[in-house]
Design a protein around this ligand. Structure first.
Ligand SMILES: Cc1ncc(COP(=O)(O)O)c(C=O)c1O
Length: 404
């Protein structure tokens, strides 16, 4: 039967809306193109340049004509470098347990496709990244959200995971540091969640794309480092996008049990063949260079922006920073305290209305949280350069104080 949205499209495609983040980003960019001075706090990427060794390695790859199909799982040197990179966090991955993909997003797509049968349930702590529902649905699975209790700092508990599980539950998805909240689970919290996964025989998909971006006293924990029993059921997702400011190079990875690695390699061989040979060399350049001091410098710059943002928002009546944003480069601001307030003849009755007014009246773009399962919030990406951030926060403060 033809679907009713558009008879051209399969129901599977018709059910996938464009990303809300991308739509807002596009709106903000259109305003900029029209000459409006918009500060864009919607971005999903750190505002740093690609690390130097990556760019040089790509140039060398082109000069050497390293421009052919690579093995479907990725070039062996890169798989080995990824395993070594992951193992800094206490995992014991071998290169043979790694598949290189066109970004963490593609790796997640392969993982869900390889893991889920129709109707299999994936438990996902909310708020969650906008692409998870669609990646899971495309693979035939069903997302089951777990909503944290109000005073929990936006973290779910082992009891909540146990309560949400059914006999159709196959996967527990974890994402720490988290997009959109910036919340970082500590080692004990993750160990307790992983213990439930072991007890209920669930696969853990751990999206660790923001592993580098952890601030203050918080420490990153890789789930597969929590012991052999956990590692045996964990699929680790990551990539070079966020750590090395390489979002456009499209290199990510998946590491996990060999049966899954083989299945994903086969999937990739028939869909993408392999990721770009040049981008793989660039990622290898980034992973094998001595970048410690540079990455540390970037981390402290981003931390300063995080603290500035938290301080500015905390002082605003009606706005509340949700949870403790200790990682990634986002935070969620709860704006429900502004509901009922007006700007001119417009009333703020939702986070979407707040974001819309903030963009049109104060020229600051933020993402409304509805698609992140955070309906009363907006996501603020504080990665922009300090002058722009200061300007944006000033505009937000002036906008909020102009509400009546
Ligand atoms: C939580 C999360 N996972 C995965 C990705 C995808 O990253 P990549 O650029 O490697 O596809 C993103 C990017 O925004 C993300 O925020």
């Amino acid at each position: 039967m033809r679907n009713s949205v558009n008879p051209l499209l399969a129901a599977r495609a018709a059910a996938v809306p464009p990303s809300a983040t991308a739509a807002l980003d596009a709106h903000a960019k259109a305003l900029v193109a029209a000459g409006v001075s918009v500060v864009n706090l919607t971005s999903g990427e750190p505002a740093f340049p690609t690390v130097e060794p990556a760019a040089r390695a790509a140039e060398r790859a082109i000069a050497e004509d390293f421009t052919r199909y690579t093995p479907a799982a990725g070039i062996p040197e890169l798989r080995a470098a990824i395993a070594a990179h992951l193992n800094r966090h206490g995992t014991v991955y071998d290169a043979s347990e790694v598949v290189v993909a066109a970004g963490a997003k593609q790796a997640l797509h392969y993982a869900f496709t390889a893991l889920l049968d129709p109707g299999d349930e994936v438990l996902v702590p909310a708020p969650y990244w906008v692409s998870y529902p669609h990646l899971i649905a495309l693979a035939g699975g069903t997302l089951v959200p777990i909503h944290p209790a109000p005073a929990s700092g936006l973290k779910v508990t082992p009891e909540q995971v146990r309560a949400a599980a059914t006999d159709r539950t196959k996967v527990l998805l974890l994402n720490s540091p988290a997009n959109p909240s910036g919340v970082v689970y500590n080692r004990y919290e993750l160990a307790a969640l992983a213990e439930v996964a072991v007890e209920l025989d669930l696969v853990i998909v751990s999206d660790e794309i923001c592993d580098h971006w952890v601030f203050g006293d918080a420490r990153f924990t890789s789930v597969a480092a929590l012991g052999p029993e956990v590692a045996a059921r964990t699929v680790t997702i990551g990539g070079v996008s966020k750590t090395f400011a390489m979002t456009g190079w499209r290199i990510g990875w998946l590491a996990g049990p060999t049966a899954l690695v083989s299945a994903v390699t086969a999937l990739q061989s028939h869909t993408a063949s392999a990721p770009s040979s040049i981008a793989q060399r660039a990622a290898l350049g980034a992973l094998t260079a001595e970048l410690g001091p540079e990455l540390e410098r970037r981390r402290s710059e981003l931390d300063a922006r995080r603290l500035t943002t938290i301080k500015a928002l905390t002082g605003l009546p009606g706005v509340r920073v949700a949870g403790e944003p200790e990682g990634a480069f986002f935070l969620l601001a709860d704006v429900s305290g502004l509901y009922g307030k007006t700007y001119g003849d417009r009333t703020i009755d939702s986070a979407a209305a707040f974001a819309e007014l903030l963009l049109s009246e104060a020229n600051v773009a933020v993402v409304p949280g509805a698609d992140f399962a955070a309906p009363d919030h907006v996501r603020i990406s504080y990665t922009v350069p300090p002058e722009q951030l200061a300007e944006a926060l000033d505009r937000v403060a002036r906008f909020v104080s102009a509400l009546s």
